[in-house]
Design a protein around this ligand. Structure first.
Ligand SMILES: Cc1ncc(COP(=O)(O)O)c(C=O)c1O
Length: 451
């Protein structure tokens, strides 16, 4: 990381934006000293890690002190320390669901939820063209077919496109609540009800967001969070399946631990009612999550405040419109997502932000390799290491190679700005003013009149 003047409190501390993600802990250690402040606002973030500190260390130390790093068994030596169980209880309490099953990642959570819901061979899962690759990876891993459909200006599933994609093979609708905010769940729930379909919420990017008073991830038959390092709340790596259905919970519990029924206290004597895998979380990761979940209210408060201030500044440009949020109260405000009038202008703004070294933290998903169908060549070409059945491969490739014109028209004009927790009010003003100056310059060059 390019950090200078670490030892001289009278000089400003500077660092380059994108490096900060990986060295943030180191950077923070030198901030509280008098005279130091974080000059960049450009780090890449869904920022649970920003508030990491003594609380995480304390929880980790508990686990290290008793030496039991696994979540199951070792009842005696662990001296009553069950971090994973404790975190599962907290998740149920904080997010308001009946059951929570921790796992090793958000991808494992989605795969587990699919298995637990009985989604498999030949089933079609309707999902959006804008998400993270993990969403379709999970569908593929249970032998089902990802049916990608268009997104609308909510940046999530377009309910009209969903209806049009339903076939007799459709088993599940999987909205992905991208960038901290929600899909139109009223419409999607209605479609599920009318067609007797499962609703599985990929809420990996929207921890703490809600829809009409209910937390995202707890509304469908099952929902998932990711606790990887760049999520609103992190375990380092981890994830959770949440559900209000006992059968889905029991299935998830066994599926993530080789099918163990977990009925007795002797792990070796457990029965295996079905085949499972190892998607277990470790006690160390759960310990970090326990500290982080306590910080979630603060994280959300800061995100909302900082997002509102930035939005205010960007609102000065009449040519900017903002992402439609079906329940604005429920936005976790992890990002501020905004649209420009055309793809051409958006590309020119991205180029200008880059030229001014202020692009970091502003995401143009349209060109992103991980998040949008346009660049998922591996899926389009059916490239897997293990062979798929010919029918499965053909179906997967068919759906990945459809025309996504309506999605392109949305994503080609969208930029999402990640919201930092530690930004000062002055830094937000500075960041916002720089962004709108760059936009005005581009609009002028393109002969678009801006107020
Ligand atoms: C929408 C979405 N789903 C699933 C995942 C997978 O989570 P993980 O990285 O914990 O496997 C992610 C991670 O970024 C995500 O953004």
């Amino acid at each position: 990381m390019a950090v200078n003047n670490r030892l001289n409190p009278n000089q400003p501390l500077t660092c380059t934006g994108s490096d900060v993600l990986f060295n943030f802990a180191e950077l923070r250690t030198c901030l509280p000293d008098a005279g130091y402040r974080l000059l960049t606002t450009n780090y890449i973030t869904m920022p649970g890690y920003e508030l990491g500190g003594a609380e995480e260390r304390k929880e980790l130390q508990d686990v290290l002190d008793n030496g039991i790093l696994m979540r199951y068994g070792f009842d005696g030596p662990r001296k009553g320390i069950w971090k994973s169980k404790e975190l599962e209880k907290e998740i149920c309490k904080v997010f308001g669901c009946n059951h929570a099953q921790l796992v090793s990642s958000g991808t494992a959570a989605l795969t587990t939820a699919m298995g637990a819901l009985g989604i498999g061979y030949g089933d079609e899962v309707i999902m959006p063209s804008f998400t993270f690759v993990a969403s379709f990876e999970a569908v593929l891993s249970v032998g089902a077919i990802p049916v990608l459909v268009d997104v609308d200006d909510t940046l999530t599933l377009d309910p009209v496109a969903v209806r049009a994609a339903i076939t007799p093979k459709t088993k599940c609708i999987m909205p992905v609540h991208m960038c901290g905010s929600m899909a139109d769940l009223d419409a999607l729930q209605q479609i599920c009800k009318e067609n007797n379909l499962l609703l599985l919420e990929d809420a990996c990017q929207s921890i703490g967001a809600s829809f009409k008073g209910k937390q995202l991830g707890t509304i469908g038959d099952a929902g998932t969070f990711s606790f990887d390092f760049v999520k609103t709340m992190t375990c380092g790596e981890g994830g959770v399946v949440m559900t209000n259905r006992e059968d889905v919970y029991i299935n998830s519990d066994g599926y993530t631990d080789h099918g163990h029924d977990h009925k007795g206290v002797d792990r070796g004597a457990d029965l295996h009612p079905f085949v499972g895998y190892n998607f277990r979380i470790s006690e160390l990761h759960a310990a970090v999550g326990l500290a982080q979940i306590g910080k979630l209210p603060k994280v959300l408060e800061l995100q909302k405040k900082n997002q509102a201030q930035l939005k205010n500044i960007l609102s000065q440009i009449p040519e900017i419109s903002f992402r439609r949020i079906p329940d604005p109260q429920g936005d976790s405000c992890t990002f501020l997502s905004w649209f420009l009038p055309t793809e051409e202008i958006t590309r020119a703004v991205v180029t200008e932000l880059k030229a001014q070294s202020i692009l970091a933290g502003n995401f143009y998903w349209f060109d992103n390799n991980w998040h949008y169908i346009r660049k998922w060549d591996h899926l389009k070409n059916g490239k897997t290491l293990h062979a798929l059945s010919p029918e499965h491969k053909a179906a997967v490739m068919h759906h990945a190679n459809k025309n996504f014109g309506p999605s392109d028209a949305i994503m080609g004009r969208c930029i999402s700005t990640a919201i930092g927790l530690l930004w000062t009010s002055e830094q937000i003003n500075e960041k916002g003013e720089k962004i709108i100056a760059a936009i005005r310059k581009v609009l002028k060059q393109n002969s678009v009149v801006s107020a």
